[in-house]
Ligand binder design. Structure first.
Ligand code: NAD
Length: 292
């Protein structure tokens, strides 16, 4: 090669190397995120984190009253043009398809899906009724399938890729006392995400999982019947239950909705451009040495 040409190539390679070392985050401004269970504790924190990045958010939730108050509060904080709420039951195919149609009309499409709507239930194996089993399967496994499939169809039609994050649970990886139906349905969500990742990869559609451990406060699951039932079953107060989760963790720290929101933001954004089919456990270290 002539000297100048060799020099140009070397210079170009160095510039490339420099680019490779630069953070890959692209601003999410103008992207559209659909978040199911957006009126709940973790969902709301996820929506707020996305709105901070300039994303337009569509909250799907079955709880119309909670949805209305959440959307009103977020509109005041971030502006009314960037937040929408759609009442939707994720177990109903009709309801999910209608919610995506509404999102497409309002914002022209979907770039990010966060599948998060869920329930928690505590029941010893022997007392687990078929109705409770089916409820877990339909809201968690079927719900994640339906909202994920519709996101996939829309993202494929848009032709510019997309990103999905499934909020599953540590209990999708390991068994937990009195949670047979929940654990099985959460495991289904994790396996579902891998199939989405496989079929989505050629289309630039990524799909990853965030696994929370017990998320303390700011979440209906924690503040509602779940923590009460768990505390009662273990004959401790809710404060003692919280202390139990904190002390059991490697880091001796509680996990909050904002921690799940940060992990979700990372996976949804271009920061995680080369991650798909992966799981990020936000559990203060619990899974790494569990049970202890
Ligand atoms: P939450 O109860 O505060 O919020 C859940 C939201 O989902 C609620 O607003 C509820 O109305 C909505 N929802 C329930 N059924 C629905 C349906 N059929 N269609 C549409 N919306 C529906 O709970 P959270 O703590 O914010 O949990 C969010 C997700 O995180 C769930 O999938 C849950 O399993 C998972 N998770 C939570 C914890 C925890 O400790 N809180 C731990 C691990 C995993």
């Amino acid at each position: 090669l002539p000297e100048q040409e060799a020099f140009d190539i070397e210079y170009w390679l160095l510039e490339e190397a420099k680019l490779q070392r630069m953070p890959k985050a692209k601003p999410l401004v103008g992207k559209v995120a659909l978040v199911t269970g957006g009126a709940g504790g973790i969902g709301r924190a996820i929506v707020e984190r996305q709105l901070q990045e300039g994303v337009c958010a569509v909250l799907l939730d079955i709880d119309a009253a909670a949805l209305e108050s959440t959307v009103t509060e977020l509109s005041k904080k971030f502006g009314k043009d960037v937040v929408r709420g759609v009442v939707c039951d994720v177990t109903s195919e009709e309801s999910v398809i209608a919610a995506y149609a509404r999102t497409a009309i309002e914002y022209g499409g979907v770039d990010i899906l966060v599948s998060n709507a869920g329930i928690a239930s505590a029941s010893p194996l022997e007392d687990t009724t078929l109705a409770l089993w089916n409820r877990n399967q339909s809201i968690l496994a079927t719900g994640y399938f339906l909202v994920g499939r519709e996101a996939f169809r829309l993202m494929k039609a848009q032709g510019v890729g997309g990103s999905m994050v499934f909020i599953a649970s540590k209990n999708g990886m390991v068994a937990s006392n009195q949670a047979v139906a929940y654990c099985a349905a959460k495991a289904a969500e994790i396996q579902l995400s891998r199939s989405f990742a496989l079929e989505g990869a050629p289309l630039g559609i990524r799909c990853n999982v965030v696994n929370p451990d017990a998320v303390i406060r700011g979440s209906k699951i924690w503040t509602g019947t779940w923590s009460q039932e768990r505390a009662a079953a273990n004959k401790v107060s809710e404060e003692e239950l919280e202390a139990f989760y904190r002390d059991r963790s490697m880091l001796k720290r509680s996990v909050f909705p904002e921690d799940i929101a940060e992990a979700t933001y990372f996976l949804a954004s271009e920061l995680a451009a080369k991650s798909t089919g992966n799981i990020l456990n936000v559990d203060a270290g619990n899974l790494a040495a569990f049970p202890r």
